[in-house]
Design a binder for this molecule. Structure first.
Ligand SMILES: [Zn+2]
Length: 537
């Protein structure tokens, strides 16, 4: 399906619907220098964030120790809701029909600034922090092998620091905080949008762990959007040896679909990404499999191309059913993500704050851990990043494809940027135990504190410079969404896949619970685990 090309009348209408803030045009206010009051308040916010370093560290370590998979973030949810309520936020739980999603709110009136960050972990990523080789806490268990334990600490610390200033100065405005629940399944943000949770929001500030400081505007480079689809087939059982001609194998359909897809792969655009896992491959060899299912991610760089890939997947599945005399069941969309597009004026403001904050000071121990892990993995032993980037990242010019994040859906509904903060080590594989190693160490703690400073300063920009919000909406209306209009990838009948990962978490949670961080007894999680920092070969 083609993205909708808006007519002039429609563009006007969407302007009226989309922009909750005054519509006066003004020349590039983001670039004008801050007035002395804003400079002073930013300095104060950064100093408060420094004072809150222990609070930030405890959040990073606590969520790391929960290590929960998407839709099963029960402990993380309970913990964050508690922290937010204790700090004066009103919290609505179970938003958009998702038990582990919440919307926290503090303040009143305009502007409404929405702070989001992901919270879920990665299968098989259990790992002792601060140890520069594979050393699972619990073999086979999930863990924070992406670093999603750190982003809420960034946002909440920043929000509390700014809230203090707003209270004292009597600044109007509303701060919202929400979790990117089940981001690894790209499972919730399109439902948040469908639920109307961003309707009155002026700007969304997202934060995500990285190994350097960064922010970008326009189409995100080397990234994709995706749709995640479950294909289930039904055949009939028979004795696999005694009466094979009576059976129809659903597993055959899964295998033929995959073979078809893998032959076609050669003739797909190079930037596309597609992968699958077989989630049901039958019961036992002597019973012809009556049911079988395969779960695909179809990734591409535009909405239109994602829909084309998805349609091709449907064709493969229907053909496989025909070949095998089985039935294809109605497909289930388990997740979706629009390609990301970030707001130029807000990215410029964020970038100026990154330059003002600068990189954390890494200790020799931090660098030793980083280099040892890089050596262990056969990566370049560059250590940790020492400098902030010199220039702001612009739109993708030659997008070669890559991962996705369902913040893309938010970014097409309200001016949005993602702040990437330096809490991890460069040169790691991603979605791996190695990516968990730094995530409950001083590297993650210092990176989260630096990230919180930037987030707090950008919040102050948005609260004190109405012209910045105006120009954010001008960019959103007149450039970003001038010709492309958001249309969800989730269909009317789709619902959040909240049952996902339940069995896995139930299997590992009893063991994992023994290792939950107890900040009342230990200063850090490293101390609780008795790990010498760094531990290297
Ligand atoms: Zn992520």
């Amino acid at each position: 399906m083609r993205p909708v090309r808006a007519s002039c009348a429609m563009a006007l209408l969407s302007m009226m619907v989309a922009a909750p803030v005054a519509q006066v045009e003004s020349p590039s206010p983001a670039s004008t220098a801050d007035d002395p009051r804003l400079v002073r308040l930013k300095g104060e916010a950064a100093a408060t964030v420094d004072e809150m370093a222990t609070f930030t560290q405890q959040m990073v370590d606590q969520i790391f120790s929960f290590g929960e998979l998407g839709f099963q973030e029960l402990e993380t949810h309970r913990y964050l809701v508690d922290v937010l309520r204790k700090n004066g936020f009103a919290v609505e739980e179970g938003i958009a029909g998702i038990p582990t999603a919440f919307m926290a709110s503090w303040g009143s009136g305009k502007p409404v600034i929405s702070l989001g960050s992901d919270i879920d972990g990665i299968p098989q990523a259990s790992q002792k922090p601060g140890v520069a080789y594979h050393a699972p806490l619990i073999d086979g268990a999930p863990g924070h092998g992406e670093g999603h334990n750190s982003g809420q600490a960034v946002n909440i610390t920043a929000a509390i620091a700014v809230k203090r200033i707003m209270e004292r100065e009597g600044l109007p405005g509303t701060i919202r905080i929400w979790p990117g629940t089940a981001e690894e399944l790209v499972g919730t943000k399109a439902y948040f949008v469908r639920e109307g949770l961003f309707k009155d929001v002026d700007v969304a500030l997202f934060s995500h762990v990285a190994s350097s400081f960064g922010v970008s505007w326009g189409e995100r480079n080397n990234m994709t959007g995706l749709v995640s689809v479950l294909y289930s087939f039904v055949g009939r059982t028979a004795h696999s040896a005694g009466n094979p001609s009576r059976g129809r194998s659903a597993l055959d359909a899964v295998e033929l679909m995959n073979i078809g897809w893998n032959y076609r792969r050669e003739h797909l655009p190079l930037e596309h990404r597609s992968h699958y896992v077989v989630v049901d491959g039958g019961d036992q060899p002597n019973v012809v499999p009556r049911t079988a299912s395969v779960w695909y991610y179809f990734r591409e760089t535009t909405f239109e191309k994602i829909k084309e890939l998805w349609s091709l997947g449907d064709t493969m599945a229907q053909a496989a059913a025909m070949m095998t005399g089985t039935e294809l069941q109605p497909t289930r969309v388990l997740g979706s993500a629009w390609p990301q597009h970030f707001n130029r004026p807000v990215a410029e403001a964020t970038f100026a704050n990154i330059q003002a904050v600068g990189m954390p000071e890494w200790s020799e121990a931090d660098q030793t851990l980083a280099r040892a892990l890089q050596k262990e993995l056969g990566s370049e032993t560059q250590g940790l990043t020492g400098k902030v980037p010199e220039a702001l990242d612009g739109p993708a010019r030659d997008n070669r494809g890559g991962g996705s994040d369902d913040i893309g859906d938010v970014s097409w509904n309200v001016p949005t940027v993602t702040l990437r903060f330096p809490s991890n080590i460069p040169g790691l594989p991603g979605h791996n135990w190695a990516d968990a190693i730094a995530m409950a160490t001083p590297i993650a703690h210092k990176g989260a504190t630096a990230g919180a400073k930037v987030q707090a300063m950008t919040l102050l920009d948005l609260l004190l410079k109405p012209a910045l919000i105006e120009s954010a909406w001008t960019y959103f209306r007149d450039e970003q969404t001038r010709t492309i209009k958001y249309e969800p990838l989730i269909r009317q009948q789709d619902r959040p896949a909240i049952e996902m990962n339940k069995d896995l978490m139930e299997k590992y949670r009893p063991e994992m619970r023994k290792h939950y961080y107890d900040p009342s007894r230990y200063k850090t999680y490293l101390e609780q685990l008795g790990i010498e920092y760094p531990t290297v070969r």
